[in-house]
Design a protein around this ligand. Structure first.
Ligand code: ZN
Length: 268
């Protein structure tokens, strides 16, 4: 049996499948890996000067100038076949939880419902002076159009999007939940993450230490390769749909028990 067939068998028989996704799942949707040097996002900027919590509190305008093109890409991006395949596995009741290091919400756009975002998201922002939390949507348009820096309507402090910057703690509740899910998993699937970013990168080891089978699907080597039970190298947008199909059958084909759209008469 090839690696894909083996992965499909383990996933098909799993009791509690948990997936962890990283930037590699979103690059086929045109979103660069904002933590990687090769992404082009750092050619004009030093990450510590714009995307660290220290830089943000000192010079928020530099952060907002840097994040603006990224925010526009995220708003316009569409899910790709890798996102869709994971949503399909969840809809079929096989994938129980999706943990993501991505901030782009493309999993939700694809239809995934149980998503733990360990690096935060852009839906809300928090005032760095009074800590009031607000929905980001009302500020987004003016920011994308004119670069207007969002400010708290109560105290005038700068609103920081709820994404995790360099030097910031991961959101505690989300991370504890992610660890709990990793411990519960009997199969742990990592997609499009090199697992270099701690502490989220430790989740596969947590799963493994609690008895899970570890499957890694990535374009390049990862730091957890030597712990993996199975590795599949390649394009996640090509591999994930094949994997979902190997587990669930071709997309759109009626499930054996569904039958609702089939004509009731005329059978043999
Ligand atoms: Zn405030």
């Amino acid at each position: 049996m090839d690696a894909l067939g083996q992965a499909a068998e383990w996933i098909g028989r799993s009791r509690y499948l948990v997936a962890l996704t990283g930037a590699g799942v979103s690059t086929p949707s045109g979103i660069p890996d904002f933590r990687s040097e090769g992404s082009g996002l750092w050619t004009r900027y030093d990450p510590m000067e714009v995307a660290s919590i220290w830089a943000f509190s000192r010079r928020p305008e530099a952060f907002f100038e840097w994040v603006r093109p990224l925010a526009r890409m995220i708003v316009e991006a569409r899910p790709n076949p890798a996102h869709n395949a994971l949503a399909r596995l969840e809809a079929a009741g096989i994938l129980k939880t999706l943990i993501t290091q991505n901030i782009d919400a493309l999993h939700q756009k694809a239809g995934s419902r149980r998503v733990i975002e360990v690096h935060g998201h852009l839906r809300e922002a928090t005032c760095i002076r009074c800590y009031r939390k607000v929905p980001a949507a009302p500020y987004l348009e003016a920011f994308l159009q004119e670069g207007t820096i969002p400010r708290c309507e109560v105290c005038g402090g700068v609103l920081k999007p709820d994404i995790i910057l360099f030097g910031e703690q991961l959101p505690v509740r989300a991370f504890l939940e992610a660890q709990q899910e990793a411990r519960r998993a009997d199969v742990f699937l990592v997609v499009g993450s090199s697992l270099e970013v701690a502490p989220a990168g430790d989740l596969p080891l947590v799963a493994k230490a609690h008895g899970a089978r570890l499957i890694l699907i990535n374009r390049s080597p990862t730091v957890a390769d030597r712990y993996a039970d199975l590795q599949i190298r390649g394009d996640v947008a090509e591999i994930l749909p094949r994997l979902a199909e190997a587990v669930l059958g071709p997309e759109g084909a009626s499930a054996p028990s569904a039958g609702g759209t089939e004509p009731m008469s005329g059978g043999p």
